[in-house]
Design a protein around this ligand. Structure first.
Ligand code: ARG
Length: 461
């Protein structure tokens, strides 16, 4: 049965029906579609557009259908055009004429816009709680390794000493911003589009405010054309998800490097690593690699959504059916990535000694050596040059700044004294970096505290 039966002489060609159908990917919105229909019918009854008795019959019928779908005693017909058609048909089959009144003052255009918004609000809340969990794990690990000195890098070259806790908290900040972006996207999708109908509203005396309240929306969309034509909220969510994937991907890249034998900064738990079918020694960071790899498909989803929308005249066009696979894929991918990633980070073993040893090489304290001379009254630019020469000398003779004899220091600059060794010790370099947001353990602990406070405040919102 097709909804447009009256106008047409014959049914849709079978292959065309499959091509046209969205049932395979919009069935997941069945609970939201029912929720929306219950609110709509309740409003229609309250406004006297259908009788209260009919409204009640519809709501009871829909709730029964929901129960049966949840229990698996009712199967969704894969031949149906979409979930809206299937549910309306099932309702009418069960309750008769009252079911045919449900679609009064409504179109599938505003219905699908509603269902997607309801679904994405729920999905975004799930992603936010997973990101919160990840940040919690990062705070715990950062607390444990707030004092663990490691090399900080620029250009992937050892640059200045930091701590592992400091490094992890950089990611905590990124994920905190991701939560903010998701919340922001949700704010704009929190408007009820129902009542826009096909595109031009309706002549029935509907109460959109009431439907919005019933469905927990904070307001209603303000233009009926925009109400059905807008998918900005999908794009915004996909963009927020894409950035979260960028952050996970960068983190994954570092994890992959860190657990290589070249670095050996961490080791992943066996439960989150894989072996090789041929090389017995291998322990591969597949999870991190997959997360890094999956970022590409999410960016593809975002690009697909933007491209799908860009040439569309107002209002609804069937092209918009393409919104769901893209945004659901983005949502599902981030959810699956986080599900695998969180326990992987929570269980990773850290090797602070290797990190420290890596920081002890590579002249990571050269800036501090120059800063030492500044403390002795030498202008920074001159101090920089002198230290550069020292580094070149060390490289030539196979020394480090820590092992270079004082006489050699003094030969280049008499202001060097025996206290230089303490000034360039890794501990001094790290604990001295107390500028706000810096790697000194005390500052890292402040960062952790602040992030935990933000999480707690958000929890009570
Ligand atoms: N399956 C459609 C979609 O996902 C529902 C809306 C259909 N509206 C229409 N006028 N054909 O967009």
């Amino acid at each position: 049965m097709k909804l447009w039966e009256g106008r047409f002489q014959k049914g849709l060609d079978k292959t065309t029906n499959d091509f046209n159908s969205s049932i395979s990917f919009d069935s997941r919105m069945y609970a939201e579609d029912i929720q929306g229909s219950v609110a709509h019918a309740t409003m229609l009854g309250a406004c006297g557009i259908i009788t209260e008795a009919e409204a009640e019959q519809i709501c009871t019928g829909l709730e029964e259908i929901l129960k049966d779908l949840n229990a698996g005693t009712l199967q969704i017909d894969p031949e149906a055009e979409d979930i809206h058609t299937f549910l309306e048909g099932e309702l009418t089959a069960r309750i008769g004429d009252a079911g045919k009144r449900l679609h009064t003052a409504r179109s599938r255009n505003d219905q699908v816009a509603l269902d997607v918004r309801l679904t994405l609000k729920k999905e975004a809340a799930g992603l936010i709680s997973q990101l919160r969990e990840l940040i919690g794990v990062l705070c715990n690990q950062a607390e444990t390794y707030a004092d663990a000195v490691m090399p900080g890098y620029t250009h992937l070259q050892r640059a200045q000493p930091i701590t592992f806790g400091h490094h992890l908290m950089a990611y905590a900040e990124m994920f905190l911003r991701d939560i903010g972006r998701l919340q922001d996207a949700v704010k704009r999708m929190d408007q009820l589009p129902l009542g826009s109908c096909a595109l031009a509203g309706t002549t029935y005396p509907i109460d959109r405010g009431m439907t919005a309240r019933l469905l927990g929306f904070s307001g209603v969309t303000q233009n009926s054309l925009d109400g059905v034509a807008d998918r900005d909220f999908c794009v915004e969510l996909a963009a927020a998800i894409s950035l979260a994937m960028v952050h996970l991907s960068r983190f994954s890249e570092e994890i992959i490097l860190w657990c290589s034998w070249e670095f050996r900064f961490i080791e992943l738990d066996d439960a989150f690593s894989t072996g090789s079918s041929i090389m017995p020694q291998k322990k591969n960071p597949d999870i991190a690699e997959l997360v890094r790899g999956k970022s590409g498909r999410v960016f593809g989803d975002l690009m697909g959504l933007l491209t799908m929308l860009k040439g569309l005249p107002l209002a609804y066009n069937k092209d918009m059916q393409e919104d769901k696979e893209a945004i659901f894929d983005a949502v599902d991918t981030l959810r699956m990535c986080l599900t695998a990633f969180i326990p992987m980070v929570a269980t990773m073993r850290v090797h602070p000694k290797t990190m420290r040893a890596a920081a002890a090489k590579g002249f990571i304290n050269a800036t501090d050596c120059a800063d030492y001379l500044v403390g002795k009254g030498i202008p920074f630019r001159d101090a920089y040059k002198i230290t550069g020469k020292l580094v070149a000398m060390c490289i030539a003779s196979g020394e480090t700044l820590e092992t270079l004899p004082l006489a050699e220091y003094q030969a280049l600059c008499p202001q060097f004294g025996p206290d230089v060794y303490d000034a360039i010790s890794l501990e001094t370099c790290v604990t001295g970096r107390t500028s706000e947001g810096g790697p000194a353990p005390q500052k890292v602990r402040q960062q952790i505290k602040r992030v935990q406070e933000v999480l707690n405040v958000e929890n009570t919102d």
